[in-house]
Structures are given as structure tokens and as C-alpha cells.
Write a protein that binds this ligand. Structure first.
Ligand code: SF4
Length: 379
């Protein structure tokens, strides 16, 4: 079936058609779609946005993320997907993802969250930051008029998950905070129908929307990009403090949390930073919070730097373990022993992995099969 025909099919609700479509999903939509030229005739949503205040004298102030954009009539916020018309603020991407796939949960990465299961993964155009190393800049740094969007309301996502027996939905690839209303409604509906939701995020969000959203999430993976404000200013174009606050709030609510730290050569890879990072996590989140050190590859605006040496990732891991963190992984290094989960008490492998594949699980009711030590997470 051609992609065009597949997309037309997605609009109809009959169960038989839905089953036929969902069989074709991974083939028809193979992941992140490239941005294309501006198309001003493209259908965008006009659903009123949440978390904004009207300003005296016109315009609005968006209170969704700490950027707090002030947006006048017919202008958009920094993320490019929220627009003022008159004195109403709208989200333009509700129900209009540009990227879909069914991924292993290990790809997010979430290592302590139902290992070996899959997640229906989606993203819209847009982002509230601009990381110089962004892997998905073709969708994160574009407008929804530039991406190939699909009409996919929350109900259809949940129906697809139920028919395909996909247990989780992942809001991922770009920055799901900027399609908050769509994510919230999908996660809420998913919970009503027995489908879990996970958010893969930079964590740059205001407190109130985060608290509201966490009621409908089962897990969050936060990309903590550095432990220094200067890096956030220079490389991410955002701020560290709100991200740290968000991490504490997620942990406080009990929603499952894992952290990824992309190690970028010369920019955030010093021993001192790894010590600071480990100590902050230990003090504020606890030693049982999984941390993934991920290998950087040159791309987007950081093509001048080399890939992260595996030795640097190992140093980061060793420092964190010496500081007491119990679950420290290496990412983007397929075949490395640090892809697997080890029991911190007896050091036996409790989940053996290679890349996104689970090779073996040695757990009994969330406990190490060897020494009965409890392993944190949802298994
Ligand atoms: S969500 Fe978008 S519009 Fe709102 S403050 Fe953040 S960047 Fe600005």
C-alpha cells in the first residue's frame, strides 16, 4: 500500500480497516520523516492551548515552559507550534504527528520499565530548545508546515495500541512538552483503556503543567544534558535549574524516572562534572535512579567534534559507581557489558542486553534470582 493511501485509511474508524492499517504501520512509517518545503496550505490544528495568560494591551504569555514566550497576534512562540490569534493562544499540532514508529522500550532508553516490550512512538514538529547536537533536528527545528503530518487523534492511537497489543505510548523524538495538550489527552485516554504512557523529554517545563501531566504518565526519561548552567546556555539554549526542579518533582511523584547524559567531547566530559552529576543525583533523586551515559556522534551543529571515546564513557560510569549510583549504563556502544543490569548486592546479571535485545532476565517478582535483592523499576 502506498503511504498516501495508508494515510487516507487512518482517517476511517472501522475495526477491520484499523487492523489492516496497523499491520502496515511500521512499514509505512519508518520513523523520523525528513522536513520538506514550507506548505502554507497544510492543515494545522486550532485547538486552544493550555497554560497561558492574556496580557493587558494585547498578546499572551505562555506558561507551559520556562521560556515564557510573550506572543502577539499572529505570531508564534519559540517552539514554532503555538500561535496567538486575537487574544487566544492555539496549538497547531494537536493530533498531527510527523513521526511514528513502534520501537522497543529499550530504544528510549528505559531499562527498568517492562523490558522487552514495545512502545508506539510519536512526535510532532517543534522544540522549546535548540541543542547543537540534536539527532532529530529535521523535525525539532522545523515548523509543522514543513513536515509530513498525519491526522491521528488520541482515540486512533489507543485503538492501534490495543489492536497491535502495544502496551505503551512514547512521546519522543522531538520535545513532547510542546505538544502538551495532545500528549495529555492521549495519555489520559490510554490509561482509561489500559495503555501506559512514557515521556522522553529534555524536562524544560513549568511546574504546574508537569504536575498535571504526571498523573497520566507511567515513566519519564529525561535528557539531562549537563550539570552546568553554562552548557545549557551555550549548547542547549535553555536553562539547567528548571530541568533539575523537574527531575526532583518526577521522582517525588513516584513516576518511574531514568536519566540520559550525552557525553560530548570537550564540552561536558570532565571528571569534575561526572562527580558533580553523581552527587547531585545521589542527594536529590537517590542512588537507585538509572543513569545512561550515551556516546555522542558528530551531527547538526557539532560536526567539528569527534565521537565520544568509549574510555570516557567508562570513566563516567566508574565515577558514578564509586559515588554510590547503583544502575549506571552506557548507551550507543552495542555489545558493551554496561548495557546489562547488574544486581548491586551480588553483582550477578539480572537483565542481560545487547543493543535493544533482551537476552536473559534473572528476576523473580522484581528481585534478583540469585540473592533476592529487590531491583527498582516496573517489571
Ligand atoms: S512552550 Fe513554546 S511558546 Fe510556550 S513558552 Fe515554551 S517555547 Fe514558548
Amino acid at each position: 500500500m502506498e503511504r498516501r493511501l495508508f494515510l487516507r485509511c487512518l482517517g476511517c474508524g472501522a475495526t477491520a480497516t484499523l487492523l489492516a492499517q496497523t499491520e502496515l504501520l511500521p512499514r509505512a512509517l519508518g520513523g523520523v520523516q525528513n522536513a520538506c518545503a514550507f506548505d502554507y496550505t497544510k492543515k494545522l490544528s486550532s485547538v486552544e492551548a493550555w497554560y497561558y495568560v492574556k496580557r493587558e494591551g494585547g498578546g499572551i504569555e505562555c506558561r507551559l515552559c520556562p521560556r515564557r514566550c510573550v506572543v502577539t497576534d499572529l505570531e508564534r512562540g519559540y517552539c514554532g507550534v503555538r500561535e496567538t490569534r486575537g487574544d487566544i493562544y492555539y496549538t497547531l499540532v494537536y493530533g498531527l504527528p510527523c513521526s511514528l514508529n513502534i520501537d522497543p522500550i529499550e530504544k528510549k532508553p528505559l531499562y527498568h520499565f517492562y523490558p522487552g516490550t514495545t512502545a508506539f512512538s510519536l512526535a510532532t514538529a517543534g522544540c522549546n530548545a535548540n541543542c547543537k547536537f540534536c539527532q532529530n533536528w529535521e523535525i525539532s527545528q522545523t515548523r509543522p508546515e514543513q513536515t509530513d503530518n498525519i491526522d491521528l487523534p488520541p482515540q486512533t492511537i489507543v485503538d492501534i495500541c490495543n489492536h497491535r497489543k502495544v502496551p505503551s505510548i512514547a512521546y519522543t523524538y522531538s520535545e513532547p512538552i510542546i505538544f502538551f495538550e495532545y500528549m495529555y489527552d492521549t495519555a489520559k485516554l490510554g490509561h482509561e483503556k489500559g495503555i501506559r504512557s512514557v515521556m522522553i523529554t529534555g524536562g524544560y517545563i513549568e511546574k504546574e503543567p508537569l504536575k498535571d501531566l504526571l498523573q497520566h504518565l507511567d515513566a519519564v526519561k529525561v535528557d539531562l544534558k549537563a550539570i552546568r548552567e553554562q552548557y545549557y546556555k551555550d549548547i542547549v539554549n535553555a536553562e539547567l535549574k528548571p530541568v533539575l526542579d523537574a527531575l526532583v518533582e518526577i521522582k517525588r511523584t513516584g513516576v518511574w524516572l531514568e536519566i540520559v547524559y550525552l557525553v560530548v567531547p570537550t564540552l561536558n566530559d570532565s571528571e569534575e562534572e561526572f562527580v558533580e552529576l553523581a552527587r547531585w543525583i545521589k542527594t536529590n533523586l537517590g542512588t537507585d535512579t538509572p543513569v545512561h551515559f550515551s556516546k555522542f556522534y558528530p551531527q547538526y551543529l557539532l560536526k567539528n567534534l569527534p565521537p565520544t571515546p568509549t574510555g570516557t564513557l567508562e570513566m563516567a560510569r566508574n565515577i558514578c559507581r564509586a559515588e554510590g549510583l547503583e544502575y549506571v549504563y552506557l548507551g550507543n556502544v552495542p555489545g558493551h557489558p554496561a548495557e546489562s543490569t547488574y544486581c548491586p548486592k551480588c553483582n550477578e546479571v539480572v537483565i542481560a542486553r545487547r543493543g535493544y535485545t533482551i537476552l536473559q532476565v534473572n528476576l523473580n517478582n522484581c528481585r534478583c534470582s540469585n540473592c533476592n535483592n529487590e531491583i527498582p523499576g516496573l517489571f
